[in-house]
Design a protein around this ligand. Structure first.
Ligand code: ADP
Ligand code: MG
Length: 492
């Protein structure tokens, strides 16, 4: 029995697909947001001309020596603190030996037996169920270069700009039991690494790449053989790839074939996964400690200093929103999707908005519009202060919810930046003069005897119809609460 097998003992069985349980473990490469590379002073900036950012160290020219980038270590410490991991006081760099054209040294500097971050976990909600995925480890390593096939006819080029870019490889236990859970895990991890500022999270540029290890088994059986889907660089592809892989593996088993351990690639064009190579074992890499680098020593004082600089984490913030503002866990989780979104909410509340209403607007109307236009909260045309002003006008009865939506639209489309000006210009002020309202109510009652009779006979719907009539007669400006009260009083 291997250690993964042991770690899975006693975990509840996940949802079955055609009678099989799905088991998923993730390896994620987060590119660390340092200015320079992990062992050299070359720039890590994305998108430069090929081979303009590869120093002698990155090219592995004879006589060069790697020098550890402190910023990369600090980012590893941040992740460890965020995920409740053990931060090793002493970890070791190892050489992972393999031959590939984009790997100039013939080995990759990584960590093997003693990684810098050990254990810890990532918790998140899947629907309303809380899930916890345990981490095995996170280790520091350097990225390789890139082979370029596009710009050459019948030839390939190598761009070594990426060689030596710092990565943190974050490895989970095979704790996930469905595609949805795996994607939710990846989203949460993505949120955390960007939140704590260790990775820019840009998936298109390859700053956050996930490898999904997938296997299936009959409930209660030993772990099945896994296939590893490499380099998933969008959440959409991740979902498609894992779903396809699950169906493919079940199909193979149902046809009486065994699964071969393999590394596979997802092809977005066909929506299929395809074997790239049969899987190497660790032994094939001939790992050994890198003699050019001393063990990485991290003193407790360093950890404490990093801890004191950590921002409040999204989960802690969501719990605080629950405590301080009485928000549901679901709403609070929505608001803590990004620091910018949380800041927007905080600002609206500070500007006087009722927290529950601010939350409803942000997770409802605003989220919908951001989605529609595919923009970020930072680009929202309505400021938190404007939202607060609008919410204030709903609260003091100046406008109805319906009218407020019109005001919001005017703010969003740039018609005006002033809430009161829009209310005046569009004549959206709620009718709160009871005299005028009473006249309308009387007219409606005088011309809708049928509804009155039905209401008296016990039909609630008839009452709503009367409210609707009054609202219509007032051109939507009547205060619904007042209409209700007036009608109730008059109908006895
Ligand atoms: P490597 O892929 O480099 O050989 P490991 O052997 O440490 O690394 O395992 C990598 C990943 O595979 C881990 O995320 C682990 O959770 C996952 N994994 C291990 N066994 C299984 C399995 N039977 N099914 C699905 N995932 C698995
Ligand atoms: Mg792997």
């Amino acid at each position: 029995m291997n250690t993964f097998e042991q770690m899975q003992e006693g975990r509840p069985t996940g949802p079955l697909v055609q009678g099989y349980e799905v088991i998923i473990g993730f390896e994620t490469h987060a590119q660390l947001s340092t200015v320079s590379k992990i062992f050299s002073r070359a720039s890590t900036a994305f998108g430069a001309e090929p081979n303009t950012q590869a120093s002698a160290v990155d090219l592995a020219l004879p006589g060069t020596l790697p020098v550890m980038n402190k910023g990369a270590v600090e980012r590893a410490i941040r992740l460890g603190l965020a995920l409740g991991s053990h931060i090793a006081p002493r970890s070791v760099f190892a050489r992972k030996n393999y031959f590939y054209p984009d790997l100039p040294k013939g080995y990759q500097i990584s960590q093997y037996e003693i990684p810098v971050v050990q254990g810890g976990s990532v918790s998140f909600f899947l629907g309303d169920e809380k899930k916890t995925v345990r981490l095995v480890r996170a280790h520091l390593e350097e990225d390789a270069g890139k082979s370029l096939h596009e710009d050459f006819v019948g030839q390939s080029g190598i761009d070594l700009n990426r060689a030596g870019t710092p990565l943190l490889e974050i490895v989970t236990e095979p704790d996930m039991r469905s595609t949805a859970e795996a994607v939710a895990y990846a989203r949460e991890l993505h949120k955390i690494v960007t939140w704590i500022g260790i990775c820019d999270g840009n998936m298109q540029e390859g700053s956050f790449r996930c490898d999904a290890n997938v296997s299936v088994r009959r409930p209660g059986a030993k772990l099945g053989t896994r296939r590893e889907i490499k380099n998933l660089n969008s959440f959409k592809f991740m979902q498609q790839a894992i779903d396809y892989e699950i169906r493919w593996q079940i199909g193979e088993l149902e046809d009486g074939r065994a699964i071969q351990q393999a590394t596979v690639l997802f092809d977005p064009e066909t929506g299929e996964t395809r074997a790239m190579r049969t899987k190497e074992d660790a032994a094939d890499y001939r790992y050994f400690p890198d003699p050019d680098l001393p063990p990485l020593a991290i003193a407790p004082e360093w950890i404490e200093r990093v801890r004191s600089e950590m921002p409040e984490l999204p989960r802690a913030m969501a719990e605080r929103y629950g405590r301080e503002h009485g928000l549901s866990d679901y709403d609070a989780t929505q608001l803590t999707q990004s620091p910018a979104l949380a800041r927007y909410f905080d600002e609206a509340v500070r500007a006087g908005a009722a927290p529950k209403l601010a939350s409803n607007w942000i997770t409802g109307e605003i989220a919908r519009r951001l989605n529609l236009q595919d923009i970020d909260i930072a680009q929202a045309p309505v400021t938190a202060a404007q939202l607060a002003a609008l919410i204030g006008r709903i609260g003091d009865g100046t406008v109805s919810n319906n009218a407020a939506r019109q005001v919001f639209d005017a703010l969003w489309t740039g018609e005006s930046s002033d809430v009161d000006a829009v209310i005046d210009a569009r004549g959206l002020k709620q009718m709160s003069d009871t005299g005028a309202l009473e006249k309308i109510v009387d007219t409606v009652l005088a011309t809708n005897q049928k509804n009155i009779d039905e209401y008296r006979a016990g039909k609630e719907k008839a009452f709503n119809a009367l409210v609707g009539q009054v609202m219509k007669a007032s051109q939507g400006k009547a205060n619904p609460a007042q209409v209700n009260a007036l009608l109730k009083a008059k109908l006895g």
